[in-house]
Write a protein that binds this ligand. Structure first.
Ligand SMILES: Nc1ncnc2c1ncn2[C@@H]1O[C@H](COP(=O)(O)OP(=O)(O)OP(=O)(O)O)[C@@H](O)[C@H]1O
Ligand SMILES: [Mg+2]
Length: 284
């Protein structure tokens, strides 16, 4: 099993290395990086490339570790017990009918090796990663209601993504292989754009990329635009048929690009950018 990138996803050499290292170590791959740098998509693409089904678990602030294992549906059981039909009476007898399997349970009991994505682990409360330590390490857990040990038939390939909103505990980090997706350099970015817009004219791309990196490199930006925002912006430029000249002033000075709302996402950043453009024009 080796990941070598895919048609839809541009993976740098070190990213491929990281994926393969996690596979070799049989440890979860912890992926960090700015929003929109392809963390979630990585799991989808690796799963597809290695021909594994992908189970996804999207973490929210209210998500508990137990939900990934299983939940006991007491309400449904109570309802069945009150229904008084032969069918429901039979169902009530077996507690197994009220155990709702979580993603980890499904991943552990699947007949073939699967990929498991635990997306945005930093959204959950601080106990969440600690609560999953043993399950991810030993690949087993105990179901008290049915008194059975759920053990992984095949070790799933685990991807964990984080946007760094919270620190992860050391004991958790020890068990992962870590990779930070660096913001793509111009050459990689060109390849990513080519994947999404195969026929894009070179001149337009060059000018758009220059504007994009100029905006991104503005000192003091609150929210830097990322890969997915560049893609959105290009899509708009194409859809609106924006001419090259609108992106590029004759004297190569900075100007406010059209549809800048695709790149800058708050008023402070827009104001900052406008000020800079204004100063630039005055210095002419
Ligand atoms: N290396 C890449 N190759 C191809 N497309 C990419 C790449 N990186 C990012 N993209 C594009 O950017 C979009 C956003 O990627 P994705 O949703 O995986 O980001 P993310 O890192 O999970 O962001 P968030 O932290 O906000 O969840 C993808 O849908 C894809 O179109
Ligand atoms: Mg994501």
């Amino acid at each position: 099993m080796k990941f070598q990138g895919s048609e839809n996803y541009v993976a740098t050499q070190d990213l491929m290395l990281a994926v393969n290292a996690a596979i070799t170590l049989k440890r979860p791959l912890l992926v960090k990086g700015e929003p929109g740098t392809g963390k979630t998509m990585l799991a989808e693409e690796v799963a597809q490339a290695l021909n594994m089904p992908l189970l996804q678990w999207h973490i929210k602030s209210t998500t508990k570790a137990q939900q990934g294992l299983y939940e006991y549906d007491a309400v449904n059981r109570l309802r069945d017990s009150q229904l008084n039909t032969a069918d429901s009476a039979e169902r009530v007898q077996d507690i197994r009918n009220y155990i709702v399997q979580g993603v980890l349970w499904q991943a552990f009991t699947a007949d073939q090796p699967v990929a498991l994505l635990i997306d945005e682990i930093d959204k959950a409360d601080i106990e969440f990663p600690n609560d999953l330590l043993r399950e991810l390490d030993r690949m087993e857990f105990y179901c008290y209601e049915t008194r059975e040990l759920i053990k992984a038939k095949h070790r799933p390939l685990v991807f964990i993504t984080s946007n760094n909103e919270k620190e992860l505990p050391d004991a958790f980090l020890r068990r992962c292989f870590f990779h930070y997706i660096k913001f793509p350099e111009a050459e990689t970015m060109r390849q990513i754009v080519a994947v999404h817009f195969p026929g894009l004219k070179d001149e337009l791309l060059t000018v758009a990329m220059k504007t994009f990196y100029d905006v991104r490199n503005l000192p003091g930006l609150k929210k830097k635009p990322s890969t997915s925002e560049l893609l959105d912006w290009l899509k708009l430029l194409l859809a609106e048929d924006i001419p090259l000249e609108a992106l590029q002033s004759a004297d190569n000075k900075v100007s406010i690009p059209p549809l800048v709302g695709a790149l800058l996402k708050n008023e402070q950043d827009t104001t900052l950018f406008e000020k800079l453009v204004f100063m630039n024009q005055r210095n002419r």
